[in-house]
Design a protein around this ligand. Structure first.
Ligand code: NAP
Length: 253
């Protein structure tokens, strides 16, 4: 066995939600592993670009709002203007809306389901169509959640969407593994990013959460880099349809 199997040298990786948080961490990890990185975001990814420049990596930004699937053809076109082939797609962008289930509006439900679930499926399909044509395969990594396993509190649309992400990951693996496409997911535990800013500022909820994490701390973007590289690399060639939890032990409790 050689550690070269974890190298992403010569590969191109497209990561959604690349401007901050876990997406930014994955972009930097991929650049460090040797990949050309394409970041998709609805605002500037300058901070990500700077971090990648600091490790002498290659970064291209595509500004696109992922609240609707209509933007997908534009993303595919821009990605292929930048690089001949995209080898790795990370469906990371996502939103969470906290509200008692009794008060959730259809508008909020649709906005969460669109970006967290519908765009994940159709962006994967758009790149898989290319991979089916050229027969060279690819890697899709979806960002799931603890709420792919659990119901959560006051986030029913998010729980529904992240349960769907785990289902989509398995469903697509069943159809596409034979096309040399590995589709897997990472389920982060409670990570210190914008996504959890409200939770972390609520002392009671923050204490409840921290006391349940065996590792005794919130995760950081650095914590998911290893799993993200593994699932994007040759090292995971026979891993299909699986969701890896990176959760400090939360699910083990
Ligand atoms: P974050 O900092 O809020 O990142 C979310 C990313 O999605 C941001 O880049 C955000 O862009 C982008 N995004 C949201 N709506 C978008 C839109 N309409 N178009 C384009 N981009 C959009 O939180 P994060 O924790 O890094 O979240 C990344 C992923 O991890 C999400 O799928 C989240 O559900 C998942 N996750 C997070 C945790 C956690 O504890 N933090 C746990 C489990 C799963 P803006 O900056 O412009 O909003």
């Amino acid at each position: 066995m050689s550690l070269n199997m974890f190298s992403l040298k010569g590969k191109t990786a497209l990561v959604t939600g690349a401007n901050t948080g876990l997406g930014q961490g994955i972009c930097v990890a991929y650049a460090q592993a040797g990949a050309n990185v394409i970041g998709v975001a609805r605002r500037s990814c300058q901070e990500t670009a700077d971090k990648i420049a600091a490790v002498s990596g290659s970064f291209t930004e595509i500004i696109a709002d992922l609240s609707d699937v209509s933007v997908i053809p534009y993303i595919v076109e821009e990605a292929h203007k930048a690089h001949e082939r995209v080898d790795i797609v990370v469906n990371n962008a996502g939103i969470i809306k906290r509200c008692d289930a009794i008060d959730v509006t259809m508008e909020d439900w649709d906005s969460v389901i669109n970006i967290n679930e519908k765009v994940v499926f159709f962006l994967s399909q758009a790149f898989a169509k290319r991979w089916h044509e050229d027969g060279k395969g690819g890697k899709i990594i979806n960002i799931a959640s603890m709420l792919s396993y659990q119901g959560g509190i006051r986030v029913p649309a998010y729980a529904a969407s992240k349960s769907a992400v785990m289902g989509i990951t398995k469903a697509l693996a069943n159809e596409w593994a034979s096309h040399n496409i590995n589709i897997n997911a990472i389920a982060p535990g409670y990570m210190a990013t914008n996504n959890t800013a409200n939770l972390r500022s609520d002392d009671q909820r923050s204490d409840e959460i921290l006391s349940r994490i065996p590792a005794g701390r919130w995760g950081t973007p650095d914590d998911i880099m290893g799993a993200a590289i593994f699932l994007a690399s040759d090292a995971s060639a026979y891993v299909n349809g699986f969701t890896i939890a990176v959760d400090g032990g939360w699910l083990a409790r």
